[in-house]
Ligand binder design. Structure first.
Ligand SMILES: Nc1nc2c(ncn2[C@@H]2O[C@H](COP(=O)(O)OP(=O)(O)OP(=O)(O)O)[C@@H](O)[C@H]2O)c(=O)[nH]1
Ligand SMILES: [Mg+2]
Length: 321
């Protein structure tokens, strides 16, 4: 399924049904009282969070949603039926924007958010009986529904984000640690949209995101990595993956931190570790002096993966608890 992280949708709630003007007519009852029923409320449009969805693809291909209109009231005090609601399932971690203003977000499975409220049904004339007016000849019109164009933006909720330069081995690492089977290749920018994998644990699942590669100048739109950085804004931990067999591994580290800083300073405050990959390609492993906790692995050969996984699970639990 295609990964889509932004969609524009058009929602319309149903208008309320009109109230009815009617008088009772029965044999042997010469002057029946007013008996016009109320119109039904119009249907509303909602979003509902679903843990089974990962993308906004469905919204992209089907952008229009219209709830049902409320039925008009009838005689014999019959109220009109309520219009049918429309409930749109969305992945967790979406934000709804209306004219660029946030309207709400959905983070949990089953969480609902109303987008357009159905118009109220009008009251029938039976409602307007009063001591001074025994035979009211008016009823209310139903209220109209609401129409809106909304933007839905997905910020994946992953616990851990793997970031690094193109070809560092991010997808290979995701594959080594989780059930995910991302595309892996020897050219840069193999990964065009984030891949998610799940690290199973007795206590909770750790969701790991493998991001497209980040290059120098990414914050000003070079390459593709930066447009996905918003997805790691919510992660608890960043894994900076560095190709130790590259000519200047340390420069990769500096580039990444620089790009984070330029994109959004807050990214620098996120807890992070540094993982040096591809140790199978070098004879002697240089040891770097960095502030972060460091790991030396070969994602391809599986060296050092167990230790890394253990650390990630521990960190995830510590942060959750
Ligand atoms: N020798 C060796 N090669 C590796 C290792 N990890 C990854 N590779 C290779 O490096 C290349 C790039 O791997 P990917 O996992 O696609 O790298 P990536 O960081 O996801 O790349 P992009 O998605 O393009 O940013 C592939 O040819 C991998 O087989 C490793 O530990 N050792
Ligand atoms: Mg990749």
């Amino acid at each position: 399924m295609k990964f889509v992280d932004e969609a524009k949708i058009f929602v319309e709630s149903g208008p309320g049904g009109n109230g009815c003007i009617s008088f009772r007519r029965e044999k042997y009852v010469p002057r029946g009282g007013p008996d016009g029923g109320n119109g039904g409320d119009g249907g509303s449009v909602y979003l509902i969070g679903s843990k089974d969805l990962q993308t906004l693809y469905d919204l992209k291909i089907r952008p229009h949603y219209r709830a049902g209109r409320g039925k008009h009231g009838k005689g014999k005090k019959m109220n009109g039926r309520t219009g049918t609601d429309v409930t749109i399932p969305v992945p967790l971690g979406i934000i709804v924007l209306h004219e660029d203003e946030p309207l709400g977000e959905i983070l949990k499975h089953g969480e609902r958010l109303i987008l357009a409220r159905g118009g109220k049904g009008g009251r029938g004339n039976a409602c307007f009986v009063s001591p001074t007016n025994q035979a009211p000849r008016h009823a209310e019109q139903g209220m109209s529904g609401e129409q809106m164009t909304l933007k839905i933006v997905l910020k994946l909720i992953s616990n851990i984000g793997i970031v690094g330069l193109p070809n560092a081995g991010k997808s290979t690492l995701l594959k080594a640690m989780t059930n995910a089977r991302p595309r892996i290749d020897s050219y840069p920018f193999t990964t065009l949209t984030p891949n998610l994998g799940v690290l199973r644990d007795n206590i909770s699942n750790v969701v790991i995101a493998d991001m497209p590669g980040i290059i120098e100048g990414a914050h000003e739109g070079k390459g593709i990595g930066m447009q996905f950085l918003r997805h790691i804004e919510r992660t608890k931990l960043l894994v900076l993956l560095i190709d130790i067999s590259s000519p200047k591994p340390r420069d990769q580290y500096t580039t990444l931190l620089n790009e984070f800083k330029r994109y959004k300073r807050a990214l620098l405050e996120k807890p992070r570790i540094v993982v040096f990959n591809k140790i199978d390609l070098i004879d002697e492993v240089p040891h770097f002096k960095l502030r972060e906790k460091m790991f030396y692995i070969s994602a391809l050969k599986g060296t050092g993966i167990d230790q890394l996984v253990k650390h990630l699970k521990n960190e995830n639990q510590a942060k959750a608890g």
